[in-house]
Design a protein around this ligand. Structure first.
Ligand SMILES: [Fe+2]
Length: 408
């Protein structure tokens, strides 16, 4: 029975001392508890089951035309009107929700064991975070701010403006709820991740000490090691004011920037491309939530083969500010700026930045081979190798809008 070589007496004495310690500590009252229980042997994942019980709209499909216009309903858990977003390409890795606070309104305090990046779509306000009530930190945000309450800290959001505030969370709740299938564990957990956040006074500020030079694990295979700069911080006051860096491997006159928020495994990057240009097509694992921050254009997503027009499945996403889409697992995808201004998006993915994870695509091999040509076993289609149909569609789109092509 005691294969590890414990004597019976030794085990008993360990148990005795545990019991004593518990008595001494006076076990604290159990929290209210989560009523939700996962149905086993179901075709629905624990996360899908959980979503269905939350009582808010669940928006699905390949993309959302404008997250700012989504139908919301009161979400008792959050104390605000909200909607869940469960896009096809997330494939159970990460998910999203959007919520709105009326002027003067606040959310209920929340804490949970999944990471989230929050982007302010509209409005202005303030967030308080704390491990313990006596040690709260608050920071102000506005449209264009991006931040992450560190894992499992309490958080409460306040609208401090005169107009509604709308926030988008991209988070890894699907993965966490599916693995642990216990809402109590995820939403009523006392563990404090002091290694991530220990009340550092400058945690939610941006200063040069937080700009790290050199790529992250996800980019080391791309021959760009040392070239990238990464913000490693809890809060970005305005994503539009960050300096972007040229990323030639991603596309003509493409600029990008990586960010890791609050020591998360999740990672964010911003990409901007000039008028009349488009990025190279590439593919990787699931879960990169692409939120369009500005500009007008479209993205093509397709399966199996390098030629879009010959692909068994094709999806076209026409986008503008507020559009959200997720290229599905290993689908090729290509982003086109079809408007008269530069186009910019922010992509949040469940793994791939500060901490290298090799699981299903997110930050592992497929992302590493992002910028290696398909001809060399990678996942990027070089411009000369692309389907001529892709260029024809682009030229047609530009003609419609009277924009001059900027591609050679
Ligand atoms: Fe991508």
């Amino acid at each position: 029975m005691f294969a590890l070589g414990f004597g019976v007496t030794a085990v008993e004495s360990i148990l005795d001392s545990v019991a004593l310690a518990q008595k001494k500590k006076r076990v604290r009252a159990a929290p209210a508890g989560e009523a939700f229980r996962v149905e086993p042997f179901s075709e629905q994942t624990p996360y899908e089951q959980w979503m269905a019980k939350e009582g808010v709209p669940i928006h699905t499909g390949y993309y959302i035309r404008d997250v700012r216009a989504l139908e919301l309903k009161p979400w008792p858990r959050l104390g605000a009107r909200a909607a869940l977003i469960d896009l096809q390409g997330a494939e159970g890795t990460d998910g999203a929700y959007v919520f709105e606070l009326a002027p003067g309104a606040r959310t209920a305090p929340q804490r949970y064991l999944f990471e989230e990046g929050l982007y302010i779509l509209e409005g202005e306000g303030e967030t308080a975070v704390w491990h313990d009530e006596g040690n709260k930190q608050t920071f102000r945000w506005q449209k264009g701010s991006l931040f992450s309450p560190p894992l499992n800290v309490w958080r409460q959001h306040f609208n401090r403006g005169r107009t509604p505030a709308r926030l988008l969370s991209v988070n890894d709740a699907p993965l966490v709820l599916d693995l642990f299938h216990s809402a109590d564990f995820v939403f009523n957990n006392d563990f404090v991740f002091r290694d991530r956040y220990n009340n550092e006074p400058d945690f939610f500020s941006l200063n040069p000490s937080k700009l790290r030079s050199g790529g992250t694990a996800a980019t080391f295979g791309e021959g760009e090691r040392g070239a990238a700069n990464i913000w490693d911080t809890g809060f970005i006051p305005d994503i539009h004011r960050l300096e972007l860096y040229e990323a030639r491997s991603r596309g003509l006159r493409n600029k990008s920037l990586e960010m890791v928020l609050s020591d998360n495994a999740m990672q964010v990057h911003v990409s901007e491309f000039e008028v009349g240009t488009y990025k190279r097509a590439h593919r990787h694992g699931p879960g990169s939530h692409v939120l369009v921050l500005g500009g007008v254009g479209y993205s093509l997503m397709w399966t199996d083969v390098t030629r879009y027009s010959e692909a068994p499945r094709q999806v076209r996403v026409d986008w503008t500010e507020g559009s959200l889409f997720v290229p599905p697992d290993r689908w090729f995808h290509q982003h086109f700026n079809a408007g008269p201004t530069p186009a910019k998006y922010m992509a949040t993915t469940w793994i791939g930045g500060k901490y290298f994870v090799k699981a299903l695509g997110g930050g592992g091999r497929t992302h590493r081979l992002n910028t290696v040509s398909t001809k060399r076993g990678g996942n990027m289609i070089d411009y000369p190798d692309e389907d001529p149909a892709v260029r024809a569609i682009f030229e047609e789109e530009l003609k419609k809008k009277g924009v001059k092509i900027g591609m050679p």
